[in-house]
Design a protein around this ligand. Structure first.
Ligand code: ADP
Ligand code: MG
Ligand code: MG
Ligand code: MG
Ligand code: MG
Length: 441
């Protein structure tokens, strides 16, 4: 962590001309204001004011003044900005009210609040997100979904034309402080994944946001379009953001217990119990778009049923095979359109509720749940994830724990924006309907 003096010195040494002060709106979209380096002293001292009423899900007009306070630990040069030794840098900011208090409706703040609760219970949350994305040809006014290559899972060039782009993205991420574990072609044509190492939840929520705009920027510079839309191509796999989670107590992984059959602790099981109990409400946050629900269908390794298991990739919660320090749960429903701060916050709130109440998740279901009949699922007590945004919002409305975790401000705005999206979509006459009905009726 830098002091203000150190920060100013670094800015000078690195010849930083502009600083981008960044934060996310309620949908996880990065907002930023650029200031010349000469304004940095002022920004550090008193923050930078902005109009909160222009940011989705923030303030009402009558109380719109808000202040950005840069988190100095997030300082990073933008690798593509260097020109004639002059640099641009970014800082991620917290949002405050003019009276100095934190703005409780800012997504980063929502995650802080849950991490504080975890800390009071003695835990630190670690998160390892896996992001998938598509690379498309540009053209067609920018909305074409022509994949950029013909590769498949783990394929090697020359079919995987995107190897070069992936390498460029990886390079830029490494320059910005990422530790990359792997990068590979995914199942669908044009689909890729780059994994970075797990870390503290705030740091990795920041990294998810950074990951997305670095990927988009590098792709654009190579004449391609990167998208984190959950299901861009009908009939192909969608883009998920599996969230790997563990709780640490000091240096120990509190999810590990060599004495039990699965080698996971009761605490881990209770965390799973909490996730299962709140899974439907979490969906409204982890799968926030109309399009999100076109990914949550059977046949593509995306979860549909609320189950947990050992290695089974058809379940909502998987326990990957790593043990010891890498003992973790993998929560598989979130997609790449979610706001990572809010998503990690509600996952943690659900898990902590499970721990507090000792919620038993029942036995793991080590079957391919896609292949079970409705009757078999019923006899096993297996519930289904919401199948559309409206259902998910209804579940959120009825879930006190998840609502409280979001806080009134964020909750109200998630509901409002979600319902707007749902109504807009329902009013529209889609091409699918024309194809299907126009001749028959
Ligand atoms: P998959 O087999 O599901 O494709 P990946 O290897 O792509 O898994 O990703 C695994 C993720 O889990 C990585 O981000 C990794 O850093 C993370 N991870 C490893 N150990 C832990 C842990 N203890 N807590 C949280 N995440 C972890
Ligand atoms: Mg993976
Ligand atoms: Mg991987
Ligand atoms: Mg994957
Ligand atoms: Mg995974």
């Amino acid at each position: 962590m830098y002091s203000q003096e150190q920060m100013l010195k670094i800015i000078q040494e690195k010849n930083v001309e502009f600083l981008r002060l960044q934060f996310t709106d309620i949908s996880g979209i990065v907002k930023n204001v650029a200031i010349p380096a000469t304004q940095m002293g002022k920004a550090l001292k008193s923050g930078i004011s902005f109009d909160g009423s222009s940011i989705e899900g923030f303030a009402r007009i009558q109380e719109s003044d808000m202040v950005l306070r840069p988190d100095l630990s997030t300082f990073s040069l933008l690798p593509w900005s260097t020109k004639d030794d002059v640099n641009e840098a970014r800082l991620i900011c917290d949002v405050h009210l003019p009276n100095g208090l934190p703005f409780e409706g800012a997504p980063r703040r929502v995650l802080y609040r849950q991490l504080e609760r975890a800390k009071e219970m003695g835990f630190k949350m670690n998160v390892g997100p896996e992001l998938e994305f598509f690379l498309f040809e540009k053209g067609n006014g920018g909305s074409a979904t022509t994949p950029h290559d013909f590769g498949g899972y783990f394929d090697l060039g020359p079919v995987d034309l995107a190897e070069d782009v992936r390498r460029e993205i990886t390079r830029a991420l490494i320059k910005m402080g990422f530790t990359i574990e792997a990068s590979h072609h995914e199942v669908a044509r044009g689909q890729h994944e780059i994994d970075f190492v797990y870390d503290d939840a705030i740091k990795n929520a920041d990294k998810v946001v950074t990951f997305k705009y670095v990927t988009k920027t590098i792709a654009m510079r190579q004449g391609l379009r990167a998208t984190f839309m959950p299901k861009p191509v009908y009939g192909a796999a969608g883009s998920g953001m599996h969230v790997n989670i563990s709780l640490f107590r000091g240096l120990e992984n509190a999810f590990y217990d060599p004495e039990t059959p699965l080698n996971i602790s009761d605490l881990a099981r209770f965390f799973v119990g909490g996730l299962i109990e709140h899974a439907s409400a979490i969906t409204a946050i982890a799968n926030p778009l109309i399009n999100s629900y076109k990914r949550l269908v059977s046949g593509f390794e995306a979860p549909v049923y609320i189950t947990w298991s050992g290695p089974n990739r058809s379940s909502l919660i998987r326990i990957p095979s790593g043990r010891g320090l890498s003992t973790r749960l993998e929560f598989r429903s979130p997609d790449t359109s979610c706001n990572p701060y809010l998503t990690f916050a509600v996952i943690l709130a659900a898990g902590l509720d499970g721990i507090k109440r000792g919620i038993d998740p029942g036995d793991p279901v080590d079957l391919n749940v896609y292949h079970l009949t409705a009757a078999e699922r019923k006899s096993l007590g297996i519930q289904t994830l919401p199948s559309n945004l409206k259902e998910a919002l209804d579940h959120l409305e009825g879930d006190k724990v998840i609502r409280e975790a979001l806080g009134e401000h964020v909750y109200e705005n998630v509901m409002r924006l979600g319902m707007l999206e749902w109504e807009e979509y329902n009013k529209f006459v889609h091409p699918w309907e024309i194809d299907r009905y126009i001749n028959t009726y």
